[in-house]
Ligand binder design. Sequence first.
Ligand code: G6P
Length: 476
Amino acid sequence: MTYALVVVANRLPVDVTVEEDGSTSWSRSPGGLVSALEPVMQAADGAWVGWAGKPDVDVEPFDGDGMRLVPVALSEDEVRDYYEGFSNDTLWPLCHDVISPPEFHRRWWDAYRKVNRRFAEAAAAQAAEGGTVWVQDYQLQLVPAMLREIRPDLRIGYFHHIPFPPLEIFAQLPWRRQVVEGLLGADLIGFQRAGDAANFVRVVRRLTDLTTKGQVVHCPGAEGAPGREVRAAAFPISIDSARFDALARRDDVRARAREIRRDLGDPRVLLLGVDRLDYTKGIRHRIKAYGELLEEGRLDVPDAALVQVASPSRENVEAYQQLREEVELLVGRINGEHGQIGSAAIYYLHHSYPPEEMAALYLAADVMLVTSLRDGMNLVAKEFVATCTDERGVLVLSEFTGAADELGGAIMVNPHDIDGMKDAIERAVHMDAPEQRRRMRKLRRRVLHDDVARWSERFLSFLMDDPPHALAGRGD
Ligand code: G6P
């Protein structure tokens, strides 16, 4: 059996648990992408090709949540070289303003190519004749061209969830041309912001001989075959807004929010940071600004408290280990100086939590701090807004996030400007209720309207625009 719509992503939308006897069980992982795509996948007979998140899990495809799940196995060496290495220690820092220096290793590149080919072959085996394949994110940038080579009948889309860097930075990559050619195998290349799409088109113009017109790249066909047009455009991703809105209205979630505040000693002002523990998120900058506000007496413990959720991420990559050390040192220092018995200055939580607990935290907070140094979108900012059903709460948002393009009601900050950030936090802390309401209404209108279902519909309808083959209907 083959499938009319195939999603290819580094991760499957389920988590695997490997038992001692080697057997496997699966549980659904609550990602935003899967909730966006689930209805489309169910309607279109979808398959999802991805890695199970652990090395050497080699199991047959199976059905789950109304779609076909197709695991791609990675060996331990491949996890190290393709995932931790090339994806997260070369491409990730390269695409995020080289905040951490990217490492260039030929062995990592070889693994990246090899694993991308495996994903392309797995997708080719699942897709129906004339079907649609939607490739997700920077881990799989070679898949579009590899897939087109095997299956020229397919309509191929690619979405880049992270920033696409300016030419001057992208050009550092020794394999820059191969990556661009990999992406150009797609019919439609989606980015978070118009600026990312513009960066990509400029890279194409400078690094290839292809002609471009606006955001369309013309790729001539081989030996007289007709050429193809590849479009680049912005499709800002969002969240399942209605889900967070509904969570925030639930009695148990609201009770939990009150309990959180009580357990923190009922501070007058609760500040909140929620991030993967990643050097792109500006966690140190934010904590430094907060520490200085305490130092200067502009905020006081126990009047104020900061809860910082830093969920564990990519823990085998050295830059992440180093960041953890630095953050924990800083938190310890500030708590040592400003904490009191029964009231810490910072409640630092190196965990991840289910959506119910996240919604309770968002509801409990007065000021949400999103201070990324560079961020493709930042969905935490949107989750916070969707949860603020009583139109109370202030969002402090870095201008270096994709979300800043859409969330005009936030207080914008440059996280590199510590004094500016301190002023912004102080302003947020003292903002009166009418101004909070006015800003939050504006934010909520945007986030509730432009949700993730709209995002996927927009991308897929762009991709299917004048489609050579229809999406609906099953293959053989
Ligand atoms: C970012 C990337 C995703 C990635 C996620 C978590 O949002 O755009 O592709 O899945 O981080 O990172 P991880 O390495 O754990 O998959």
